[in-house]
Design a protein around this ligand. Structure first.
Ligand code: GLN
Length: 501
């Protein structure tokens, strides 16, 4: 087995046992990036020098007998929406091309403090708006399972980097599904923690009441290990929770669902869900019930309005958050053509026209409209009421069951370009992931098998602050499925070395 094939938990054991070094592991990831990223385009920026220096530092500290964090020495890739000192942070946009932040996001600072070398920054839909990574200003990322297809989005770069074995670990962000839906498309594990569980300081805001960073990995235990590193209170984020980090690692190791009550959400699995996706989901549920879980079906009637409410709340916050890219304070600055003494407004208009892509503009316009006087109550106000109804549906459901489950996405990965001209079709890809963001609860996606040789995702949802339940169920299902497959899901992935040649 190649070093780059190993999961983070195994690498960390080998490091602790002195069987390998962080420099060797990090070099293996960098070599793999060299070999396959031309075909995948998961990375916008690779920091070989910085990653190797961090690796050498952690190796030296280990050799000196220092007590290190579990994941110390295991490299990680970071979605290009999190601020990183010394590395560009573009958010997949021309607006921030070449911007190198003067500070680290808290998530990044915690990774560095725990000794994880940072390989580089991963591709994404512009400002995290999209479900395919085709809205990146720097070209799309390709799905390692079929490079003619999308890897999901907006965090397609992080998901593809992990699926293509370019990185054992990555960080994503999830506003309406951008960790979980790419997880489903690429056969990776992705977790959106409870809102406020992971600091948003230094995460370039898309929709502040929905955004949450989380782990992207190839195993449930790896996700728990990474979750533990990045979670916990941060005084720099006013929405950061003070509650202790849920016992996620312990839960992933326990992996026992006997007696656990699992609810299948009626509204997330019917019409619009591909039959093969539904079949993999049903088979997974059967495995869980065979392992002693009690399975019931539960209706959450307000979920049918989830996408509509999201596409009012999210663009409203987008229009306000992206107002700061005004060519005056920072970001791209373009002088309008043929205007000798342009006004501030003219420079702003020219810069925003050149700096933002179509999808971002669409959402700014939609949000500005929804918030405008006379329409505010009808649109934004109504959407907020629907948001409350969705939260109440979850609360009622969690009185009857411990976790809810659904397919993560209605389809498998579609061919590049397929939904680019039809924004509404693209928005439907997130029908199953959006309710969790609107309610602030945690969600996990893990691979449930293949449909026509493409990965299918299985989603687990838990009450706020009960993130550990995601890991109990996820790890139990992963074990049962691996027994059936005779090994980890990623072992079924096509050989990218062939593709890259
Ligand atoms: N695909 C969704 C959207 O386009 C979710 C994006 C996200 O979670 N960042 O808004």
């Amino acid at each position: 087995m190649n070093v780059h094939d190993l999961d983070a938990a195994t690498l960390s054991e080998q490091l602790a046992a002195g069987e390998t070094t962080s420099v060797d592991i990090t070099q293996a990831s960098l070599d793999r990036i060299d070999a396959v990223d031309g075909a995948v385009h998961a990375f916008l920026h690779v920091d070989a020098e910085g990653a190797l220096a961090a690796a050498a530092d952690v190796d030296a500290r280990r050799a000196a007998g220092e007590n290190l964090a579990t994941l110390a020495g295991v490299p990680v890739a970071i979605k290009d929406v999190l601020a990183t000192v010394g590395q560009p942070t573009t958010c997949g946009s021309r607006m921030l091309q070449g911007w190198v932040p003067p500070y680290d996001a808290t998530v990044v600072a915690r990774l560095r403090a725990a000794g994880l070398p940072i390989l580089g920054k991963t591709n994404m839909d512009e400002f995290a708006m999209g479900s395919s990574t085709e809205h990146s200003a720097y070209g799309p990322t390709r799905n390692p399972w079929d490079t003619g297809r999308i890897p999901g989005g907006s965090g397609g770069g992080s998901a593809a980097a992990v699926a293509a074995f370019e990185a054992p670990l990555a960080i994503g962000t999830d506003t309406g599904g951008s960790i979980r839906q790419p997880g489903a498309m690429t056969g990776t594990v992705g977790v959106k923690p409870t809102y406020g569980g992971v600091s948003r300081y230094g995460l370039v805001a898309m929709a502040s009441s929905l955004d949450q960073a989380g782990p992207v990995t190839r195993s449930v235990l790896d996700a728990a290990l990474l979750h533990e590193v990045i979670a916990g209170h941060d005084p720099r984020d006013s929405t950061s929770l003070t509650a202790p980090v849920p016992p996620v690692v312990e839960a992933a190791r326990r992996a026992d669902v006997a007696g656990l009550r699992i609810g299948i959400v009626t509204e997330l699995g019917g019409e619009g869900f591909e039959p093969e996706v539904r079949r993999r989901f049903d088979e997974a549920v059967e495995l869980l019930s065979g392992a002693g879980a009690e399975v019931v079906e539960i209706s959450c009637p307000s979920f049918v309005h989830g996408i509509a409410a999201y596409y009012l709340v999210m663009p409203s916050e987008v229009s306000s958050n992206l107002a700061k890219f005004d060519a005056m304070r920072y970001g791209l600055r373009v002088e309008p053509d043929g205007v000798p003494h342009p006004s501030a407004e003219q420079v702003m208009a020219a810069s925003r026209d050149a700096g933002f892509g179509d999808e971002v503009k669409r959402r700014i316009i939609l949000g500005t409209y929804a918030l405008s006087s006379g329409y505010y109550d009808a649109y934004y106000g109504s959407a907020q009421k629907v948001r409350t109804l969705i939260a109440r549906d979850f609360a009622a459901a969690f009185e009857q069951v411990d976790v809810l489950v659904s397919p993560t996405a209605p389809t498998t990965a579609w061919p590049l370009g397929d939904k680019l001209d039809d924004p509404l079709a693209m928005y439907l890809a997130d029908v199953a992931t959006i309710p969790a963001n609107l309610a602030g609860i945690p969600g996990l996606s893990l691979p449930a098998g293949l449909a026509d040789s493409l990965p299918v995702g299985f989603q687990v949802l838990a009450p706020a602050l009960a993130d550990e339940r995601l890991y109990t169920v996820g790890a139990a299902l992963e074990q049962l499925l691996e027994e059936r497959w005779g090994g980890p899901f990623a072992a079924q992935a096509p050989d990218l070395q062939e593709v890259a040649r």
